[in-house]
Structures are given as structure tokens and as C-alpha cells.
Write a protein that binds this ligand. Structure first.
Ligand SMILES: C[S@@+](CC[C@H](N)C(=O)[O-])C[C@H]1O[C@@H](n2cnc3c(N)ncnc32)[C@H](O)[C@@H]1O
Length: 281
């Protein structure tokens, strides 16, 4: 299930992945999200702050590499992002794409079912791409590099990529790994990455890394527990105390412990002009 699983045919893998992620999207739509509205808002604000700091501009075609958040609606980031001239949203799961398209408040999102490992987009066509923890759900580690090279291909020279991946340096990572192994996580989470590993993967794909950080500084399991408690107990003072705690934890990003507490490692990367991988992926 990890590296070196080279005998898997690409068509078979795509079919399995599509059905799997479609099932995840449908299950969440039926049973409700594991995240509550407050935690969803925290996550949206973490991404918006990152995009603002990294000067995400609305002056060119932009892509978001999955529509999970927009399909569930709890942490729908795309609707709050600066809209570019053309906005493209994609996901491997057809039901996630359909649900996001239905919920699009402006009705101008170009939605498509697509695989990040084989983007149906022209080379050098995008100004920006946001990949929010999409590329850390692969069964095969090498698929991260395949996807990064695809993103590199479709970005124009000078185009920017903002990417986050599950953070292996997070102190709760062993617990998360155990939850995945025991089938307690809401979906499959693949390899997690340190900031240095993310940088290396980006540089191997010929990106230039401009900045890095870690975002979302409360334990993932705590956020899930909060949603459950909110549903069961409904005692407002307790909920408000938990919300204050979660909010104050976000300040950890400006400390030297950010990589121990952040759920996601984040990077701002640029496709340099005249990069050698253009058109090769
Ligand atoms: C579980 S979600 C997590 C990502 C979400 N942005 C978040 O941070 O909560 C993973 C999403 O990526 C999509 N996905 C998985 N593999 C993909 C691929 N190869 N290409 C495009 N989307 C993919 C899934 O359908 C799902 O919507």
C-alpha cells in the first residue's frame, strides 16, 4: 500500500479511487460532517490569512485542487476567496463536484471531475493554484510528485502554488496514524510530511519555494470531539469555553513551536520562468 507498488494499473487505481472518494462525499452528506461550524470557520480563516499574507491575487485564472469543503459547506473556503478572472474547482469524486456546483453562490465556478495526477488543463494556463490537503491522500507516495509536476505544468511561469499537506511533525501525528490504522478516521489519510520534506518534493518538481509555515493549531481529534459534544450536550458555557481555547491555540503559528502544533504544513511555491519541466509531464 505504500512506495514501490508499481504493478498497479493506472486505470484500475483511478476507478478504485473515484468510487472510494465518491463514497466518502456521499456518507458525509447523509450523516453530517465531523466538523462543526465554529471549527469550519477557524479553518477558513486560517487559509484566508495565509492567502492574504502570501498575496494571492484575483487577477488570473485560478484552480482549487479539491472541492471537499465546498461540497459539504461547513468549511467552504472557495466562496470566501478573492475571485479570479476564471475560477476552476476540481475533484476526483463526481458527487463532491456536483454538490459544490449546486452550492456555488456566484454560479461562476468552472467545476470538473478530474484527477490531480492528470490535469485536463493546458500547460502554462493558470496564475494560481491552491491545493489544500488534497495530495496527502494517496496510497502511493510517488503520486505526490506526479501531481506536483502536473501543477507545475499547468501554472504559467511566475504562477504561484499554495499547498498544504498533513504535518508529520505535529505532536498528535502518532495518534492520527493510529486512528487511520484502526479505521477511526473519516477517510484515508496517506503519508504525512515535514516542512523539509514538502520543500524537497516541491524543489524536485522544479518549483521555487518562497515561504513555509504550519496552519490550524488545534488537535484534529479535539475539533471532532467538540462537534460531538456540541451535538450531545448542548451546554453553551462549555461550548464557548472550548471555542475560546481553540481560538487561542491559533496563536501558536507565530511561535517557534508552529511545526509541532500545526495540523498542516504549508508552502508558497513559484514556477520559475524557463523551468525545465514545462510540457514534459
Ligand atoms: C478528504 S478530502 C480533504 C481535503 C480537503 N481540502 C480538506 O482539507 O478537508 C480529500 C479530497 O480530495 C479528493 N481527491 C482525492 N484524490 C484526488 C485526486 N487524485 N485528484 C483530485 N481530487 C482528489 C477527494 O475526493 C476529497 O474530496
Amino acid at each position: 500500500m505504500k512506495q514501490g507498488n508499481g504493478d498497479r494499473s493506472a486505470e484500475r487505481a483511478d476507478a478504485l479511487d473515484t468510487a472510494y472518494w465518491d463514497g466518502v462525499a456521499q456518507r458525509l452528506a447523509q450523516r453530517g460532517h465531523y466538523m462543526d461550524a465554529f471549527v469550519g470557520e477557524l479553518k477558513i480563516r486560517a487559509y484566508l490569512a495565509l492567502l492574504e499574507r502570501w498575496e494571492w491575487r484575483a487577477d488570473g485564472p485560478q484552480l482549487k485542487t479539491d472541492l471537499f469543503e465546498e461540497s459539504t459547506g461547513v468549511d467552504a473556503l472557495l466562496w470566501r476567496m478573492p475571485a479570479g478572472s476564471v475560477r476552476v474547482g476540481m475533484d476526483l469524486a463526481p458527487s463532491a463536484v456536483a454538490s459544490a456546483a449546486r452550492k456555488d453562490p456566484r454560479g461562476d465556478l468552472a467545476c470538473m471531475v478530474a484527477d490531480a495526477r492528470q490535469l485536463p488543463l493546458a500547460s502554462d494556463s493558470l496564475a494560481f493554484a491552491l491545493s489544500p490537503s488534497t495530495l496527502d491522500h494517496f496510497e502511493i507516495d510517488q503520486d505526490l510528485q506526479v501531481s506536483l509536476r502536473e501543477l507545475h505544468r499547468v501554472l504559467r511561469p511566475g504562477g504561484k502554488l499554495v499547498i498544504t499537506l498533513a504535518n508529520r511533525s505535529n505532536m498528535g501525528d502518532p495518534l492520527l496514524r493510529l486512528a487511520v490504522r484502526l479505521g477511526l478516521a473519516p477517510y484515508f489519510i496517506g503519508t504525512r510530511y515535514t516542512a523539509a520534506e514538502l520543500r524537497q518534493e516541491l524543489e524536485t518538481a522544479e518549483f521555487c519555494v518562497l515561504d513555509q509555515t504550519a496552519i490550524v493549531h488545534h488537535p484534529r481529534l479535539m475539533a471532532t470531539a467538540m462537534a460531538q459534544i456540541g451535538r450531545l450536550i448542548r451546554w453553551k458555557p462549555l461550548l464557548m469555553a472550548m471555542q475560546r481555547l481553540l481560538l487561542s491555540m491559533q496563536r501558536l503559528e507565530s511561535t517557534r513551536w508552529r511545526y509541532a502544533t500545526g495540523c498542516f504544513v504549508a508552502a508558497l511555491a513559484e514556477k520559475p520562468a524557463g523551468s525545465s519541466l514545462d510540457g514534459q509531464a
